[in-house]
Structures are given as C-alpha cells and as structure tokens.
Design a protein around this ligand. Structure first.
Ligand code: E4P
Length: 222
C-alpha cells in the first residue's frame, strides 16, 4: 500500500521522507495557498522543489485551477512540463473528464479529484485517468459512508479490469487508513499528523516510561 502525503509543505515532506514512508505527494489549491507563494512562477518552482525532494518515480499531483476544457489543457500541459514526476490533478466535471481523456491519449498522467460517486469513478476510468481520488472524510462529514464508496469503486474496477489506481483522499483518522489497507486500496493520501497517529498506543508510552525509570534507578548515567 502506498502512503502519499497530502501537503505542499516542504518541511513535512522532508520529515515523511526521513521516516521512510513517502511514496508520493498530492496537493490541491487550498494546500498551495497555505505556503506563502504569491506568483505563478513561485508555485511552479515550488512543485519542482517537491519533485526533487521526493526523488525518482514518485508522483506529485499538481491541481489545475482552470475549469474550462481549453484552459485545463493549457494549464495541465504547463504543469506536466515542469517535471516528469508531475501528475495533473483535474476535477471530476464534464470538462475535467474530457481533459483527462485528452491527456490520456498523449501519455500525460492524471489524477481525477473531487470524486464522490461511483458514476464519477467509472467515467474517470473510461477516460483513462491514471489515478482517482475519492474523498472519504468529506463524505463522512455529510453522513455518507466514505469507506463503503471506496470499496464499491475497487470492486467495480477489479470486475471490469480498469487500470485506474485508487488514492483514498480526505483522510481524517487512522481508521480510514486501516480500512483502506484491509480493502487493498492502491494508496491513501493523508496529512502527516494522521500518519503520526498510527504510532499512538498507551502501552507503548507506558512501557517506555517504565523501562527508562527502571534503568535510571540502578544505573548511573553520568
Ligand atoms: C486530495 O487529493 C485532497 O488534496 C485532499 O485529500 C482533501 O482533503 P480534505 O477534505 O481534508 O481537504
């Protein structure tokens, strides 16, 4: 299972890399807006920096902000030309799906984002999306079952042998990660704090405290 980091923050990216679990990056316009980048050129250079940090053959999803077909093509082409690791992230709209098909025919990798239904996932796969990103947390927020949706998409993709890979997105807690892992989902993309939460266990903290106390009682550390 791949662990992607859902961030545009270089410090977090370096931290995940140093812990050995960084398989890729996803960004979105909201995440980019948090990085104090004020011009298009600065944003493009930022994407290049991310690609250089994560290394070869690891994808970095960079999202278009255009919504019209021709504009998505122009912006997507520019993003894709920045670095070979860039995957063009495109929303699951009518113009978006048409653009995904355009890029598919030219060998450009895409990530179909803002996926909330089986219908969107099927059209994205038929258009040739490299990845789709169903948003689990945002579905849970409105009382729909995000995990159930992703399991249904996986079932349909497997049944029909679609090649599009599923990235579980909008991850809110460690249970999302564990459920996706049990369902053999290709990847999850999550903020770094939720990866950290996988390490939380009261017995680990309690055990560590006791080990150190016992050691210090008998052994002079100076
Ligand atoms: C996916 O690729 C998105 O960047 C992301 O997972 C959205 O998550 P959010 O619902 O926490 O904003």
């Amino acid at each position: 299972m791949k662990f992607f980091l859902d961030t545009a923050n270089l410090r977090e990216i370096n931290e995940a890399k140093s812990m050995g679990f960084l398989d890729g990056i996803t960004t979105n316009p909201t995440l980019i807006s948090k990085e104090n980048l004020f011009h298009k050129e600065e944003i493009e250079n930022h994407y290049i920096s991310i690609c250089k940090i994560i290394g070869n053959n690891k994808s970095v999803s960079a999202e278009v902000i255009s919504t019209k077909y021709e504009d998505i093509l122009k912006e997507g082409m520019k993003l894709s030309s920045l670095h070979k690791n860039i995957v063009v992230k495109i929303p699951a709209t009518r113009d978006g799906i048409k653009s995904i098909n355009f890029f598919h025919e030219r060998g450009v990798s895409t990530n179909c984002t803002l996926v909330f239904s089986i219908g969107q996932s099927i059209l994205a796969a038929k258009a040739g999306a490299t990845y789709i990103s169903p948003f689990l947390g945002r579905l849970d927020d409105i009382s729909y079952n995000g995990i159930k949706l992703i399991q249904e998409i996986k079932y349909i993709y497997d049944e029909y042998n679609f090649h599009t890979k599923i990235i579980a997105a909008s991850i809110r807690n460690s249970i999302h990660i564990l459920e996706c892992s049990k369902s053999r989902i290709f990847a999850i993309t999550s903020p770094i704090n939720i990866y950290y939460s996988l390490l939380n266990h009261p017995l680990t903290n309690k055990g560590l405290k006791k080990f150190i106390e016992d050691y210090k009682k008998k052994i002079n550390l100076t």
